[in-house]
Design a protein around this ligand. Structure first.
Ligand code: FES
Length: 157
């Protein structure tokens, strides 16, 4: 069930598009509903978003499964989305993924025992100039080193 608060937020996005084009707000609507559901989208939640935007469930599901912004199983409170595309890879992303996994005691895709953190490898996030980088929430962290990762992650604990 989409909360009234979420509906209000979605409505502001709908208003940004021409009348009858409310389905254009699907990405933000999915993001809003995901945030209200422990950062995960069930098939039912996707269908509800589709209903609310008067679009087909399959069209909403296509968006929700195409982009990496959406989770379809429970994740930690904070997802560390580390880029492993070419610029980041050439600047040590693979070593940093290994470092993160060791530091947190989880493999990519797993959630820490306290439910706080998980690591997800993602494709280019458009911040190649700051490679290697990762994203947590809406914040980008660039030019990462093991020391920087310690500082950032330890603040989340
Ligand atoms: S390759 Fe990592 S942000 Fe572009």
């Amino acid at each position: 069930m989409i909360s009234n608060k979420a509906k209000k937020q979605i409505d502001t996005w709908i208003q940004k598009y021409p009348k009858g084009r409310q389905s254009s707000a699907v990405m933000e609507a999915l993001k809003i509903v995901q945030a209200e559901n422990e950062n995960s989208l069930s098939a039912e939640a996707i269908a509800e978003v589709a209903d609310y935007l008067d679009m087909s469930s399959i069209a909403a599901a296509e968006v929700a499964t195409f982009y990496e912004n959406y989770n379809h199983k429970p994740v930690g409170k904070h997802t560390i989305r580390i880029c492993h595309n070419i610029s980041c890879m050439l600047n040590g992303a693979d070593d940093l993924v290994f470092y993160l996994e060791k530091k947190l005691g989880v493999k990519t895709g797993q959630v820490t025992k306290n439910g706080l953190l998980n690591v997800k490898k993602v494709e280019c996030l458009g911040a190649c100039v700051g490679a290697p980088m990762f994203q947590i929430g809406d914040t980008y962290y660039e030019n990462l080193t093991e020391k920087k990762i310690d500082d950032i992650v330890d603040k989340l604990k």
